[in-house]
Design a protein around this ligand. Structure first.
Ligand code: SF4
Length: 184
C-alpha cells in the first residue's frame, strides 16, 4: 500500500490511473465510489457491470434501484452512506472477479475503507465477503466485529431482482441490526 495514500482523493486518483491487472485493458470507465466521503454505512458490492462500466457510476442499473430501496428501508440520508466495489474495472461478460483480480485490487479496497471509516460495513454477497474477509465465512444477516469494524453480510441486490421473496429475509437482516446505524 502506498504511503502517499493519506487522502481519499489520492487513492481514487491512483485507481483511475491503475493498470495493475489486465482488466484495465478492456475497461471503459473505472468505477470508484458513490455517496458520502464520511459515511456511517459503507456498502461493498461485487464488480462493475455493463451500465457501471459505461457511466463510471456504481450501482446505476437495476441492482442499483434495489440498493436504493434498501437504503430507503434503512432510513439513511444521502450523507449517511457510500458504496464501493471489490474491484474497480468490469470483468468481461460480467463474470465474477477471480482471486488474482480481487487480490490485485485489494489495497485500494482496504485503503478506501480505512479513509471512509464507516461505523458499519455491509458486504453485499459472497464476492464482497471473499475480498474483505480473506477466507473467513460469515453468516448471512449476522454482524461480526472484524478489524475493529461492525461487518454485516446481506444478499447482493442483484440476487433480489429475480427472487423478490428474499426481500423479506433481507429486511429481517437489516431490522435485527438497525441499532448500529440508528444509535450513531
Ligand atoms: S481492477 Fe483494480 S487492480 Fe485491476 S486495473 Fe482495475 S483498478 Fe487496477
Amino acid at each position: 500500500m502506498k504511503n502517499e495514500w493519506t487522502t481519499l482523493e489520492g487513492v481514487e486518483k491512483d485507481i483511475l490511473d491503475c493498470t495493475a491487472c489486465p482488466l484495465s485493458e478492456t475497461v471503459i470507465n473505472k468505477v470508484v465510489r458513490k455517496g458520502s466521503d464520511e459515511p456511517k454505512v459503507l456498502f461493498i458490492g461485487e464488480a462493475p457491470g455493463k451500465k457501471e462500466d459505461e457511466t463510471g457510476v456504481p450501482f446505476c442499473g437495476r441492482a442499483g434501484k434495489i440498493l436504493d430501496e434498501l437504503i430507503e428501508y434503512m432510513g439513511l440520508e444521502s450523507s449517511d452512506w457510500a458504496v464501493i466495489n471489490t474491484i474497480k474495472c468490469r470483468p468481461p461478460n460480467n463474470r465474477n472477479p477471480n482471486k488474482k483480480e480481487l487480490d490485485c485490487c485489494k489495497p485500494f479496497l482496504i485503503r478506501q475503507i480505512q479513509l471512509l471509516d464507516p461505523n458499519l460495513i455491509v458486504l453485499l454477497g459472497n464476492t464482497a465477503e471473499k475480498a474483505y474477509c480473506s477466507g473467513h465465512k460469515m453468516k448471512w444477516g449476522a454482524v461480526e466485529m472484524l478489524e475493529g469494524k461492525n461487518v454485516l453480510k446481506i444478499f447482493h441486490p442483484a440476487a433480489l431482482i429475480y427472487t423478490r421473496s428474499r426481500t423479506e429475509d433481507q429486511h429481517r437482516f437489516l431490522d435485527e441490526n438497525r441499532y448500529i446505524w440508528e444509535n450513531e
